[in-house]
Design a protein around this ligand. Structure first.
Ligand code: FE
Length: 245
């Protein structure tokens, strides 16, 4: 497990809440309609909805900011719309596919994720640093934000509801193998699991293993196999004929 020991908690807490207010909580009612199969742990669904008092607080905060002329509701809507419909996990899938077909790009991606992702035209609007961690036969990486819902928006779009849920945030750290099993990923005992705790400053993207039997596939076809869950680390990428869990 790799929790960043030097994360600036005070600053992070503030920035994270600001981020959540922009897209996480304001957009929560829409995210709440996410398909039930995306939930990690259906019996805990009651814990996964944003509490109504939080939603109300966000709404109240938004109203005050609008009233004082500090934010433009049209801008907030445009940002949400952009992340909902224009920016999504396909960006990340293109990054992964490029890394699979271009060893030099893969090397750059693992050495400096922010710069390599920017090469493909994707970048953070908030200046967050991207770190790409690679799955191998010996190592499986899993991404979480234990404090709130920090997530690599520019490459994956909006976080799924389960990612923001308290059960995922705590259990990904306490029992990552158990969480992975619930997502349909069973790892051999000798596979090391590394859990990465995202912050407002550092966002992680998992570079999944390229599935066997895909040697002749084009970059576009490979990108189509890559799922959001695989890039969070709760799934593996299936081969030709569709993605795995
Ligand atoms: Fe967070």
């Amino acid at each position: 497990m790799a929790n960043a020991p030097d994360k600036p908690v005070g600053r992070r807490r503030f920035l994270s809440k600001a981020a959540a207010g922009t897209a996480g909580l304001v957009a929560a009612p829409r995210i709440g309609s996410a398909k039930p199969e995306l939930l990690a742990n259906e019996q805990d669904q009651g814990h996964q909805n944003v509490p109504s008092d939080v939603a109300l607080r966000v709404k109240a905060l938004e109203s005050i900011l609008v009233e004082k002329g500090m934010v433009d509701p049209a801008t907030i809507d445009a940002v949400i719309e952009s992340y909902e419909s224009k920016i999504g996990p396909r960006n990340g899938a293109r990054v992964v596919a490029r890394a699979w077909v271009d060893p030099a790009y893969r090397k750059r991606l693992l050495a400096d994720g922010t710069a390599a992702i920017a090469e493909l035209g994707y970048g953070g609007s908030q200046g967050e640093h991207m770190v790409v961690v690679e799955n191998t036969p010996a190592v499986h990486n899993l991404v979480v934000c234990t404090l709130c819902s920090c997530y690599p928006w520019p490459v994956l779009g909006l976080p799924p509801t389960w990612y923001k849920s308290a059960p995922y945030r705590s259990r990904a750290v306490i029992d990552p193998r158990g969480v992975l099993r619930e997502f349909g990923v069973t790892l051999a005992d000798d596979v090391q699991v590394r859990v990465w705790d995202s912050t407002a400053e550092i966002r992680y993207l998992v570079l999944p293993e390229r599935p066997p039997g895909t040697e002749g596939m084009t970059e576009d076809a490979l990108a189509a196999l890559v799922t959001r869950n695989a890039m969070v680390g709760v799934a593996k990428v299936g081969g030709r004929g569709g993605a795995a869990a």
